[in-house]
Design a protein around this ligand. Structure first.
Ligand SMILES: *[C@@H]1O[C@H](CO)[C@@H](O)[C@H](O)[C@H]1NC(C)=O
Ligand SMILES: *[C@@H]1O[C@H](CO)[C@@H](O)[C@H](O)[C@H]1NC(C)=O
Ligand SMILES: *[C@@H]1O[C@H](CO)[C@@H](O)[C@H](O)[C@H]1NC(C)=O
Ligand SMILES: *[C@@H]1O[C@H](CO)[C@@H](O)[C@H](O)[C@H]1NC(C)=O
Ligand SMILES: *[C@@H]1O[C@H](CO)[C@@H](O)[C@H](O)[C@H]1NC(C)=O
Ligand SMILES: *[C@@H]1O[C@H](CO)[C@@H](O)[C@H](O)[C@H]1NC(C)=O
Ligand SMILES: *[C@@H]1O[C@H](CO)[C@@H](O)[C@H](O)[C@H]1NC(C)=O
Ligand SMILES: *[C@@H]1O[C@H](CO)[C@@H](O)[C@H](O)[C@H]1NC(C)=O
Ligand SMILES: *[C@@H]1O[C@H](CO)[C@@H](O)[C@H](O)[C@H]1NC(C)=O
Length: 226
């Protein structure tokens, strides 16, 4: 073997090594995908949903790749069913999910804000003894199948007539914020407590940005308090 070809071989090995590292880095970034020591099974509803959506399986997640940005996959499905989990604390990494299954686990209670901000969630499968977050104001269909409870078709809380009075203060509008929640988002130029502060010509843009960045431009509401 000549010196030239062994250098070339080393370069190829190095390239493969890099590809391997790069590839595996991309698929282990999200901790939520490894809450369950298992991969999404093709035979489950979530597996079917994932292949129908052309998603990638990473552990217990189904991911879609954002266009134009490498290393920025987002979760569209999460399968934590039958995983011996007694509590689930933080699923924020999966807040873009359309389907989540946490059924068949010995979970007795869920944190009230667990699904806060999950506006895309359309199919939630829970252990039968837990209730659908937000109740019938948040879901089109809630049904029990054996040991599982299915919460299907998330409703837009802001688009409902009836007993719920979603009173957003003046200078703000209602925006859905996941099952059981909505936000009153201040309209342009208003911010602060109850969206009462108007940005005046005396407000510098850095003060305005400060208020925006600190979340003072909306009011988070919980429908169980209405
Ligand atoms: C996951 O499963 C593998 C083998 O199936 C095992 O070696 C590993 O310890 C498990 N990890 C956890 C966190 O249970
Ligand atoms: C999973 O099922 C879909 C159709 O339901 C099929 O197209 C796909 O090849 C299957 N994937 C695997 C890994 O078996
Ligand atoms: C991705 O990049 C292409 C051109 O490079 C651009 O036309 C397209 O709008 C971009 N897509 C997104 C989602 O930014
Ligand atoms: C749950 O997992 C256990 C093994 O950990 C398996 O024996 C059982 O069949 C699974 N149940 C369902 C409904 O998938
Ligand atoms: C519920 O979740 C929120 C946000 O993830 C956290 O701040 C809060 O401490 C949790 N509450 C409980 C009782 O665990
Ligand atoms: C929503 O309101 C109910 C009833 O007041 C309360 O028990 C629950 O903790 C609240 N949830 C959040 C996330 O604030
Ligand atoms: C649900 O709760 C009932 C009583 O509240 C209990 O008998 C039953 O075993 C529970 N089911 C599961 C799957 O934990
Ligand atoms: C929702 O549930 C409440 C009480 O649980 C009930 O009064 C109301 O009629 C239900 N609304 C719908 C649309 O089913
Ligand atoms: C609001 O609700 C009506 C009837 O329930 C529906 O036709 C309409 O598409 C909804 N609009 C939005 C933005 O969800």
């Amino acid at each position: 073997m000549t010196a030239g070809s062994s250098q070339r071989n080393a370069a190829v090995v190095l390239l493969i090594f890099h590809l391997y590292l790069y590839g595996s880095y991309q698929l282990t970034e999200l901790q939520v995908c490894h809450l369950c020591n298992r991969t999404v099974q093709n035979s489950t509803a979530l597996g079917q949903f994932c292949s129908a959506s052309a998603g990638l399986v990473d552990g217990c997640c189904c991911l879609l790749r954002k266009e134009n940005t490498s290393n920025a996959d987002y979760v569209i499905g999460l399968d934590l069913s039958n995983c011996s989990l007694s509590h689930v604390e933080d699923l924020q990494e999966a807040s873009t999910a359309a389907m989540i299954d946490i059924s068949l686990n010995p979970i007795v209670q869920l944190n009230n804000s667990l699904f806060q901000g999950f506006i895309q969630l359309d199919n939630l499968i829970l252990p039968v003894n837990l209730t659908c977050p937000g109740g019938n104001a948040s879901w089109n269909k809630m049904e029990v199948k054996g040991d599982t409870r299915h919460c299907e078709g998330q409703k837009d809380i802001c688009n409902q007539t009836g007993h719920l009075s979603l009173n957003c203060p003046e200078n703000s509008f209602c925006a859905a914020y996941g099952p059981g929640f909505f936000e009153c988002s201040c309209v342009d130029n208003f911010h602060g407590y109850k969206c009462l502060r108007e940005v005046s010509e005396y407000t510098t843009s850095s003060m305005y940005d400060y208020c925006q960045d600190n979340g003072f431009n909306f009011i988070l509401n919980n429908i169980s308090n209405l």
